[in-house]
Design a binder for this molecule. Structure first.
Ligand code: 5AD
Ligand code: FES
Length: 355
């Protein structure tokens, strides 16, 4: 790298690359080093790690957003229950199965069922949907992303055939958590859920928003530390993006730069993790997902939801991929991934583990 790269940055990045445990202060410092050269060096090292473990493989997960109803009221989220402007929908089991059929034909071997916390889908209903998908597509992984539940509920979904679960912790700092969520939501319960899911045997994904209101660099380091404790298989991050019908209307969006820096840091700290180049990253910048891949991300999640409902799963403004058919999304992403220098693989894409 050029002479402009401060030694401090190289030392910190080389430290992470070597598997050193950086102190809280060092991590805060690293997140604050904003030069282009530092970013380029972090991306280069992260890409090296990713290629060592996953080569150029990028896994695809077909995302089915099956309900935009939510009983929660997170201040940042467009489908929060108090948003009376939200256009709500639910997919029937038949509609969900038809998304899977479409996805299977497009080569997807993982289906991610994501929705708001919608009590309409009782445990019986979820188990019925999961077990039908499992019977019809025994060679596919079923991922759930349906929020906070009891140990018993999680266990029932697992027994029905679900093997992966995505639940972002959103922020690991309790004070910050209280600024993003109403009092009825507890960070301890969310963390309890994540550890329950692990105990049951799920491959667990967690993660956080970058640049959410009131977030500090110290909060972000707490997120990294929490992830070190949890040891998730998947880590999803994306920039916070404003939504006008929330209490945070008018707040600033998270930035592309900080999100990419964190993707690179995550790859260096968690060499084996499955890290998606998220839709939010693609929303704040036209080539955000490609840049995410170059900073160590190795998963993409094209949308399989029916086109009629896509716009209604309106977590934040200007969300991409809301007008495209599943096949268009698939092709678009394939081109983007190849352009970035990687290759989509259509196998089940389990996490690779240390020997
Ligand atoms: N901006 C960015 N990401 C958001 N999410 C929810 N609302 C927003 C927003 N306004 C993310 C949360 C959630 C995931 C499904 O979407 O992190 O876990
Ligand atoms: Fe959905 Fe490009 S990935 S349209």
């Amino acid at each position: 790298m050029g002479a402009a790269l401060p030694n401090e940055a190289t030392d910190l990045i080389d430290g992470l690359y070597a598997g050193d445990e950086l102190t809280r202060k060092e991590l805060v410092r690293l997140l604050k080093l904003r030069s282009k050269e530092t970013m380029a060096y972090a991306a280069q090292k992260a890409d090296e790690v990713r290629r060592r473990i996953y080569g150029t493989d990028v896994y695809v997960r077909g995302l089915i957003e099956f309900s935009s109803y939510c009983k929660n009221d997170c201040y940042y989220c467009g489908i929060r229950k108090s948003n009376n402007n939200a256009d709500r929908y639910r997919l029937s089991k038949e509609e969900i199965l038809s998304c899977c059929e479409n996805g299977y034909e497009l080569g997807y071997r993982t289906f991610v069922l994501q929705g708001g916390e919608d009590p309409y889908y009782t445990d019986d209903k979820i188990c019925d949907i999961v077990s039908d998908i499992h019977k019809l597509y025994p060679d596919c992984a079923i991922t759930l992303s349906i929020g906070e539940k009891s140990y018993e509920s999680y266990k029932r979904y697992y027994d029905a055939g679900a093997r992966r679960f995505l639940l972002r912790h959103e922020t690991a700092d309790n004070e910050h958590y209280a600024k993003l969520h109403p009092e009825s939501m507890s960070p301890d319960n969310r963390k309890r859920c994540l550890f329950d899911l692990k105990e049951i045997g799920y491959q667990v994904g967690s993660g956080f928003m970058v640049g959410s209101p009131y977030q500090t660099s110290d909060n972000l380091v707490s997120d990294l530390r929490f992830l070190q404790e949890l040891k998730p298989d998947m880590i999803g991050i994306g920039p916070y993006i404003n939504h006008k019908d929330t209490p945070f209307a008018g707040e600033k969006n998270g930035t592309l730069e900080l999100t990419l820096r964190l993707v690179a840091v995550l790859r260096l700290m968690f060499p084996y993790a499955l890290i998606p180049a998220t839709t939010a990253l693609g929303t704040i910048s036209p080539n955000g997902r490609e840049l995410g891949l170059k900073c160590g991300a190795n998963v993409v999640m094209p949308n399989l939801s029916p086109v009629e409902t896509r716009k209604k799963y309106d977590l934040y403004e200007n969300k991409i991929c809301t007008g495209e058919e599943a096949a268009e999304c698939r092709n678009c992403l394939e081109r983007r991934v190849e352009f970035a220098g990687y290759r989509i693989v259509t196998d089940i894409g389990d996490v690779k583990k240390h020997a």
